[in-house]
Design a protein around this ligand. Structure first.
Ligand code: G3P
Length: 217
């Protein structure tokens, strides 16, 4: 399973990237806003730091304007994945980008039918939003599972990029279902290392070690 980091914060990306934990990055207009940075500048820095796909999102709502914006974003670097919303205009833009050989991430996916359309339009990635479905009492994981089955039934190559991940359990469940990629905020990725029994066990080992009076170096 690939790990993408869902942020436009350079320091946080760099920290995880140094550990080999970053297979790509996803950004969106809200994350760019939070970073306080210029979209072109910050995206260029991220692309220079990370080898894998870096999603940069268009903000136009009509296909022609989306295509113009997407092509400008794609000029930033080879590893740009142009991100478009799952609307008819977005699907039209997706088709145009994929025919030109660009990676496309189709975002704001909330149904299996939407995911089916994105695959047919040549998307490299489909981004179902787990947390936002959970927010309205729907089952985000069920959607991941349905898309997995549909893509496997027809051998679609579009990768399932489980997004809007808020908890470590979302990561585990996505991995069990077989999502190709998860994108999560840096804080959630770092929490994957935590376990209370690890902390407790380490505390006991260190207490016993202190009683030996020994040193390793
Ligand atoms: O990857 C999509 C993500 O940025 C949305 O997450 O937590 O705002 O629903 P959230």
């Amino acid at each position: 399973m690939k790990f993408f980091v869902d942020t436009a914060e350079i320091d946080a990306i760099a920290e995880l990237n140094d550990l080999g934990m970053v297979d790509g990055v996803t950004t969106n207009p809200s994350l760019i806003m939070k970073s306080g940075r210029d979209i072109i500048e910050v995206t260029k820095e991220i692309c220079a730091l990370v080898d894998g796909p870096v999603s940069a999102e268009v903000v136009a709502t009509e296909a022609d304007a989306m295509i113009e914006e997407g092509l400008k974003l794609a000029e930033i670097a080879e590893n740009i994945a142009i991100k478009v919303p799952l609307t008819w205009a977005g699907l039209k833009a997706c088709k145009a980008f994929s025919e030109r050989g660009h990676m496309v991430n189709v975002t704001l996916c909330f149904s299996a039918n939407q995911a089916l359309l994105a695959a047919k339009a040549g998307a490299s990635f489909i981004s179902p939003f787990i947390g936002r479905l959970d927010d309205v009492n729907l089952d985000g994981m069920e959607l991941i599972s349905d898309i997995r089955q549909i893509y496997d039934n027809y051998d679609f190559q579009t990768e399932i990029l489980a997004a809007s991940i808020r908890t470590v359990n979302h990561v585990t469940e996505s991995a069990l279902i077989g999502a190709d990629v998860i994108t999560a905020p840096p804080g959630v990725i770092k929490k994957l290392a935590d376990h209370p029994l690890t902390d407790k066990g380490l505390e006991a080992f260190l207490a016993d070690w202190a009683k030996t009076g020994q040193k390793i170096v």
